[in-house]
Design a protein around this ligand. Structure first.
Ligand code: NAP
Ligand code: GDD
Length: 330
């Protein structure tokens, strides 16, 4: 295991940070691609960067952007990864309606760039593509599985559907070891602050401490299949360890509404949610899947993966983490 080299795009994101921890713990040398930002603080991996037993020894970072194929190619040449986890890109579905062109470039075309680079490597490598339940969009069946037709309903979903199909084509046409992880929503205390779960838990913490008066949200009735991000990065790794490449749905199989999430989050701090939550149409989307719920029986059967914990435990973990972070900062 000691000679395994992983390259992660999107290492500073929620999933990239947990995946880097997992791979380092498994003995990998991990290389991450980071983009130039005006603020050097990369909060989700800062603890790894400050650890002198890790940074510069087991973890290395290189500057690169998904639009910059010459740099991406040079990084592959220098790093010579045995496993590539491609997680980077604009990941907010609602925002993809506001910035469709850059979203489609990052979620779609960039995957093509990386697959082309992977195809040209002198040694075969294994490639993970971060696909999503959003490719099913207004799905014709529920729960969805690996054979459900693609019917994306957002620019983000369309771009990911394109990339997912391309990954399949590269696997079939060139024999590349490439897996699509069709992941349903997964959350954690590291979730980006403008995704609904984290927006709710951060706001609940602030309301509980008397710092905010209320919370405005969009559609409370949409239903999602919410799991724990820490479990989902294990699924990514398992896919690349199997002898043959394939596509897998990763999900809990349970759907909850945004309203259920709100209720559970306010219950943690013992406050009545109806008093604080207001609807703001600014957060409604032009179109979106009403209900996404996944059938993860294939990955359970083939790789032995299954999710841990309950929905209520996930909500509690996120609210408590936000309360702790808030109390530390004051
Ligand atoms: P995230 O927290 O939004 O992280 C996205 C990562 O991509 C960050 O590291 C970001 O860097 C990087 N990035 C964005 N644009 C880039 C560019 N042009 N060049 C280089 N890096 C760029 O996303 P996540 O929740 O970890 O999700 C990881 C992947 O899985 C994404 O592709 C997402 O679409 C997909 N996915 C997520 C879920 C989910 O529920 N979380 C479900 C299914 C699929 P900065 O830190 O500099 O912004
Ligand atoms: N973000 C947000 N903000 N969503 C809201 C809000 C709000 O104020 N109010 C209601 N919602 C609803 C959205 O309309 C959507 O139906 C649901 O909450 C979940 O929204 P997000 O948390 O933004 O996640 P998402 O499901 O659109 O996308 C996430 O999961 C996908 C996998 O299914 C992202 O992580 C994607 O990158 C990922 O592919």
């Amino acid at each position: 295991m000691a000679d395994k080299i992983a390259l992660i795009t999107g290492i500073t994101g929620q999933d990239g940070s947990y995946l880097a921890e997992l791979l380092i713990q498994k003995g990998y040398t991990v290389h991450g691609i980071v983009r130039r930002t005006s603020n050097l603080l990369r909060s989700r991996i800062e603890h790894l960067r400050r650890d002198e037993n890790i940074y510069g020894k087991r973890l290395f970072l290189s500057y690169g952007d998904l639009s910059d194929s010459t740099t991406l190619r040079r990084i592959f040449r220098d790093v010579r990864p045995s496993e590539v986890y491609h997680l980077a890109g604009q990941s907010h579905v609602g925002l993809s309606f506001e910035i469709p062109e850059s979203t489609c470039d990052e979620a779609g075309m960039a995957t093509l760039r990386l697959l082309e680079i992977a195809r040209d490597q002198p040694e075969p490598l294994r490639f993970y593509h971060a696909s999503t339940s959003e490719i099913f969009g207004s799905a014709t069946e529920s729960p969805q599985n690996e054979n459900t037709p693609l019917r994306p309903s957002s620019p983000y979903g369309c771009a990911k559907a394109f990339a997912t199909q391309l990954a399949r084509v590269y696997r079939q046409a060139y024999g590349l070891f490439v897996c699509n992880g069709i992941l349903y929503n997964h959350e954690s205390p590291r979730r980006g602050e403008n995704f609904v779960t984290r927006k709710i838990t951060q706001s609940v913490a602030r309301i509980a401490r008397g710092l905010d008066a209320g919370l405005t949200l969009g559609n409370l009735e949409s239903r999602r299949d919410w799991g724990r991000a820490q479990d989902y990065v294990v699924a990514m790794w398992m896919m690349l360890q199997h002898e043959t490449p394939d596509d897998y749905v990763v999900a809990t199989g349970e759907a909850h509404s945004v309203r259920d999430f709100v209720e559970a989050a306010f219950a943690v701090v013992d406050l009545p949610w109806e008093k604080y939550v207001k609807h703001d149409p600014a957060f409604d989307r032009p179109a979106e899947p009403k209900q996404l719920v996944g059938d993860a029986s294939k990955i359970h059967k083939m790789l032995g993966w299954k999710p841990t914990g309950t929905f209520d435990q996930l909500v509690r973990e996120m609210v408590e983490a936000d309360l702790t972070a808030l109390d530390k900062s004051r």
